[in-house]
Design a protein around this ligand. Structure first.
Ligand SMILES: Nc1ncnc2c1ncn2[C@@H]1O[C@H](COP(=O)(O)OP(=O)(O)OP(=O)(O)O)[C@@H](O)[C@H]1O
Ligand SMILES: [Mg+2]
Length: 251
């Protein structure tokens, strides 16, 4: 049975999609059967993964039409990685489900059958708040918190996010666990130590991933790092981060 993981941050542009895609690719390269699901109507994960979204099964189809025919592709360029895309239709999903009870559980219900087929399922979720984000929290087993060290108020954003999770847990999903904190756009490990010491993160018993993701140039931001250069510092960092994740979740 796979575990369902989400990168979460209510703040936009903090590296969720780039991390989700690259970690999913890395898990697949490490021979783990992985399913990446784009839950953001903006559809960035599909673009980054370089799939043809027109031909891909979408989350909207899965939830509303329950359409999983063989015409719908879920394959990607990577052998062990499958992908369910998102499109603009997803924005209308709340309206479409308006007469159903327990609407926030529909996403989990739609993907639960995939759990037996994969080692890991990763959800790329939108920023902000609202129905899709709530549904993704209900669907998740584990949440991971990316900290963008180049953003303006990373400390404040992290603590707001932790508070938000504690509220959401009480409201929707008591079993939700925080798996840990990833650091992105990191120039050196002193930055992480300074950040953790300043915020006393160790005392909060957060798992702080030791592997950090470097600040990268455009070549690594518009496709998976592994497709660009498998020997780059980026690809190596994502592969090591994925290994750290596998170890954590196997405990
Ligand atoms: N490792 C990195 N190095 C340099 N820039 C980065 C890195 N990761 C993210 N960025 C920058 O942050 C932007 C946003 O990244 P990404 O789309 O992954 O964030 P997001 O949290 O998914 O955004 P949204 O909340 O809109 O979904 C990228 O377009 C890029 O400019
Ligand atoms: Mg995103």
């Amino acid at each position: 049975m796979s575990q369902i993981l989400s990168m979460v941050n209510y703040k936009g542009g903090t590296g969720k999609t780039i991390l989700s895609v690259n970690i999913a690719v890395s898990l697949a390269l490490l021979e783990k059967k992985t399913l990446l699901i784009d839950c953001d109507p903006a559809g960035d994960a599909g673009r980054l993964l370089r799939v043809d979204i027109e031909k891909q099964l979408t989350l909207f189809d899965l939830i509303i039409k329950k359409d999983y025919s063989e015409n719908c592709n879920i394959k990607t360029k990577f052998d062990k990685l499958d992908f369910i895309a998102s499109d603009f239709n997803l924005l209308t999903i709340k309206k479409q489900l308006s007469f159903k009870p327990f609407k926030e559980r529909m996403l989990r219900a739609a993907i639960i059958d995939f759990k037996k087929d994969y080692d890991y399922i990763i959800l790329d979720i939108p920023p902000s708040f609202g129905f899709i984000v709530d549904s993704a929290y209900v669907a998740s087993d584990w949440l991971f918190l990316p900290v963008d060290l180049k953003s303006q108020y990373p400390d404040e954003i992290l603590f707001n996010q932790v508070k938000l999770i504690s509220d959401i847990k009480k409201k929707f999903n008591l079993y939700l666990k925080i798996g840990g904190v990833f650091f992105t756009r990191c120039d050196n490990n002193n930055q992480v130590k300074t950040f953790s010491d300043r915020n006393e993160l160790n005392a909060m018993l957060f798992n702080l991933f030791s592997i950090t993701i470097p600040e990268s140039d455009d070549d690594f931001l518009n496709r998976p790092a592994a497709l660009n250069d498998l020997k780059s510092k980026e690809s190596i960092a994502y592969l090591k981060l994925a290994s750290e994740l596998i170890l954590l979740l196997s405990k």
